[in-house]
Design a protein around this ligand. Sequence first.
Ligand SMILES: Nc1ncnc2c1ncn2[C@@H]1O[C@H](COP(=O)(O)OP(=O)(O)OP(=O)(O)O)[C@@H](O)[C@H]1O
Length: 660
Amino acid sequence: MADKKKSAGSNSKGAAAAPPYPEPKPITLEQFVSRTLPLIQLEKDAEIAASVGSLSTLKPETAERKGLTLLNLKCSDVQTGLFGKTLLELKPNRGELLPPHKMTPHDVVMLKLNKSDSASTPLGQGVVYRVKDGSIAIAVDDVPEDGLSSPLRLEKLANEVTYKRLMDTLTELSKGVNKGPAVELVPVLFGSQAPSVAKKQLSFTPFNKDLDHSQRAAIAKALISNNVMLLHGPPGTGKTTTVVELVLQEVKRESKVLVCAASNIAVDNIVERLACHKIMMVRLGHPARLLPQVLDSALDAKVMKADNSALANDVRKEMKVISSKLLKAKDKKTRGDLRRELKSLTKEEKQRQQQAVTDVIKDSAVICTTLTGALSSQLKHTTFDVVIIDEAAQALEVACWIALLKGRRCILAGDHLQLPPTVQSGEAEKKGLGITLFGRLAALYGDQITAMLTVQYRMNELIMGWSSKELYNNKIEAHESVKDHTLCDLDGVTSSSATDPTLILIDTAGCDLDEVKDEADSTMNEGEAKVAIAHARRLLESGVKPGEIGIITPYNAQVGVLRLMRSGDKKLADIEISSVDGFQGREKEAIIISMVRSNEKKEVGFLSDNRRMNVAVTRARRQCVIICDSETVYGNPFLKRLGKYFEENGEYLSAMEYLT
Ligand SMILES: Nc1ncnc2c1ncn2[C@@H]1O[C@H](COP(=O)(O)OP(=O)(O)OP(=O)(O)O)[C@@H](O)[C@H]1O
């Protein structure tokens, strides 16, 4: 086994860090709009084809195999709450587990009778609230009057509102930005005017006294920037911690701040961490899409507490009384008078309710929402001193523009060396829809506007070493608190051949564990899955808790194989199994990566995107295990350097050891 004290990366023969994909080229506003418009249409078509579009032509069983439909469900629970929404819990009628599917929280879904055909009226539409292995909960506005006791079917819908908002934003941009808060920001973001900083040096006292030198430097740079600043946060370097501090500093100097991210979960993450500070903050968004712990900050919760909302309630009570009088009234004149009164009260109720919303937004120093949420009518007349976008390297550029058009300055936080946004249409991706504003600006202005966080708080330095050298020019250092931590330092974990090494490479070369394709053309490898589960079992036997282990793989089909393989064993139930893409932003004490590819042609498919393996490896805190066929994956120079780094700095084992 390699000496753990050896400096990380010292044996790696890695080439000097190079961009893992072609650097985006400068582009004008007009070019951006004309390039993006057709690509958004392609993306919309691809999403519709993958969801509701194909549902009308697919047999229900085929749609279920594609993960777009769940058949034969029963409603096991109905709960009210969530600001007037109702939660329906759905479980399979047969068996304990739902089949593999593509429904995730926040998706829009349609509830139907199991037997209904594509033309029949649905029972209702809702938003996925929670997904477990054996159940799925959806939030609906109205509970269906009947049908809930029959076998049910759930279908995934395309989210057309999002595309409409993206199109509307492109149309807005195409007119040229000649007025509004972002008028001076736009030329800087398209390279026709240089970015600038305030002349006066600014000192600040951090609210968080633990900030490290790189985090403080990043905040100082953000505070003096007049238009744009990039907060580059490699894995585990406290990007969110820094964003939270930045928001507090901006509020202190009385800025009105819009905080956005592409995903609800990323927005909630910040809201949760801001909630303990005494700032006026509101979270916009459908309550079913918010984490329970941020509901107190939700617009609906704040509006309910507002004076105008209480008055609107009184008006509603009055309307009820008049409605019942109207039912009883006999003569025409009285009925006419009551109707007029009801009409004017309806108007008043609506105005008071709207006023309550306007007041909450006006009084909030910080408004948090998703990027597409920034186009909601509630923010129509609100402008901001600064727009902060977290996970900006995972957002479509056009989505960023929804928020950017509302602000004078912007700070984008992210890491363009991790995975970009998912683009469904292969053609749109090839033509550049996945190029992010963060990546584009990093290429355009580089260090002039960028501050990189350089101390990481997650990984043992052996795990970090490869990523730091390959992708971050060796600039990352491990904080003392994590530098040497191992699985054996965890409570209840004993030293063993499974828990001692920080890095393990399990090579399947020569073991005949070939890849195969599933129906949807995704690749899987049952032999590798067996090895991954076997290593997880060894970790459990040495006292590692199942919740501390994650098994990740680039291929969705392999996720299915792994989940199926562990389904009979309760001890394995809490091990998280996910695609690499779905695990970005997360971490586990031990990560087992199944690379899957094993073929004579040495094809590695999308394993060759450096950003994907960067994300995979950097999810691990104390142990990272790679299972791969070196004969196949070493055909790619980047993957070969990764494998060799593991061989030289960790334990090298043959998969045979786990199969016999
Ligand atoms: N200056 C610091 N001192 C001590 N711990 C810190 C510091 N900054 C961040 N951390 C810790 O590091 C961990 C990661 O921080 P945070 O969630 O802010 O990271 P992140 O960069 O957003 O993560 P990701 O890699 O998922 O994007 C947290 O446990 C946080 O408490």
